[in-house]
Design a protein around this ligand. Structure first.
Ligand code: DGY
Length: 421
């Protein structure tokens, strides 16, 4: 696919998925506004319609809770093609939503949007209006999700990581009871079950959704009693980078907010705390199960995200890069979301092995900035080869390169225009 073809198809996909100011990730499978999908998709709109790109973020902020949380899904309009919908979550304030969040990359995407914006006046106008809400969002993470001041925030649901059925969560999720009521999954109406999580995982995902509702969404009650509580290495890395980007934007536009000093102090804490996620045995970063105090031992690409954060010290960085080089050659396309030598590697099943272009874009960005251009280049070349072979799918089989999950996917379109041409 040449640049003109990529631009044309990407634009068509974004237009097709535009539900009126917000973009659904793909029709049918995900018919609402998702937090991190939208942040990336906003960037994808920039070459076509800058005002529409900024509007994507405005629609996301419209779902913000009074405590600052921006939910993982905002249910702007009803749909019967997705489960669990707003009736099960029972949450939301100005708009119906879920009661958890998702990786907070929105500030980083806003910085990227500013960099590519042609209309700097429009960008300034939007940023000055939106930044205070994003500052509140970051403060919510630090306040509600790190009440013990550990320097790393906790997440309460695999959906909050965005990496739903990653094998990293297997042990932590086993501690969550399964619901016993029957329900009808809708995802399997759209995608082959071999590419989606198993029922046993859904039973536990739903238990957590009910648990939040039973706690009346009370931050402390949930922190103290949630049966699933992890320090997600990828989420914390994205939060760290986004906080740095948020400070940069706030300085640029002279935003005055008492929370900025808090965010700066949190960055220093995370710089130390990230080392508590390092395993000397695997010489790699892992998430931590806060209920047991143990690292989640499975090797997943989430462990490379501290490189994207720019937070890896000079002793660890060459070790992580050399692991990435080996990992990149263990599957036909780099970089599989689970290390292919693992017994839990499934190259087609959602977060258990497939290639996700947005994650690889971030990891490659990290390696490029850390001066590993060959590794970053290989990841980019492989991403382009996947797009050429299979088109704009949600994720890709790490060995055959086949498109998996939803087709005509918004963030794949966004990453293609932003990274691959
Ligand atoms: C799903 O429904 O599969 C989503 O990943 C939840 O965010």
């Amino acid at each position: 696919m040449n640049s003109t073809q990529i631009l044309k198809t990407a634009h068509q996909i974004l237009q097709m998925n535009d539900f009126g100011g917000y973009t659904v990730p793909t029709q049918g499978l995900y018919p609402f506004q998702w937090n991190w999908d939208s942040a990336i998709t906003a960037l994808g709109w920039m070459p076509f319609d800058e005002a529409r790109g900024w509007q994507e973020i405005e629609m996301l902020v419209a779902g913000q809770w009074k405590n600052g949380m921006i939910p993982h899904i905002i249910f702007h309009k009803g749909s019967d093609t997705y489960f669990p919908g707003p009736d099960i979550w029972g949450a939301g304030e100005k708009l119906e939503s879920t009661s958890i969040s998702q990786p907070p990359i929105v500030a980083s995407m806003m910085l990227e949007m500013l960099r590519v914006a042609k209309d700097k006046e429009l960008a300034e106008d939007k940023l000055v209006t939106l930044l205070p809400a994003i500052i509140e969002y970051h403060l919510w993470w630090y306040r509600d999700r790190d009440p013990e001041n550990l320097g790393l925030v906790a997440s309460y649901h695999p959906w909050e990581s965005g990496m739903d059925n990653s094998p990293a969560w297997d042990e932590a999720l086993e501690a969550v009871p399964q619901v016993t009521w029957s329900y009808q999954r809708r995802d399997l109406n759209h995608v082959d079950s071999a590419e989606r999580p198993h029922k046993v995982q859904y039973d536990r995902y739903l238990y957590l959704v009910e648990f939040f509702k039973n706690c009346e969404f009370d931050a402390l009650k949930i922190y103290e009693n949630c049966p699933y509580k992890v320090q997600d290495v990828a989420l914390n890395s994205m939060l760290y980078r986004a906080s740095k980007d948020l400070l940069e934007l706030s300085i640029e536009y002279k935003i005055e907010h008492p929370g900025l000093a808090v965010i700066e102090a949190e960055l220093t804490k995370t710089q130390n705390a990230i080392n508590s996620l390092w395993s000397p045995e695997s010489e790699f970063f892992h998430s931590k199960n806060l209920r047991t105090g143990e690292l989640c031992h499975e090797m997943t690409s989430a462990g490379f995200m501290p490189v994207y954060a720019g937070i890896v010290d000079s002793e660890k960085l060459p070790k992580v890069a050399s692991l990435a080089n080996r990992w990149a050659h263990e599957s036909t396309y780099s970089l599989a979301s689970t290390i292919p030598s693992s017994s839990r590697y499934e190259p087609q099943r959602y977060w258990r092995g497939p290639i996700w272009l947005h994650i690889n874009w971030m990891i490659a960005q990290g390696f490029a900035e850390a001066e590993y251009p060959a590794l970053a280049g290989k990841m980019r070349d492989d991403a382009k080869a996947l797009l050429d072979k299979s088109g704009f799918f949600e994720y890709f089989h790490a060995d055959s390169g086949a498109g998996c999950g939803g087709d005509n996917f918004s963030w794949t379109a966004a990453i293609a225009v932003h990274w691959l041409i």
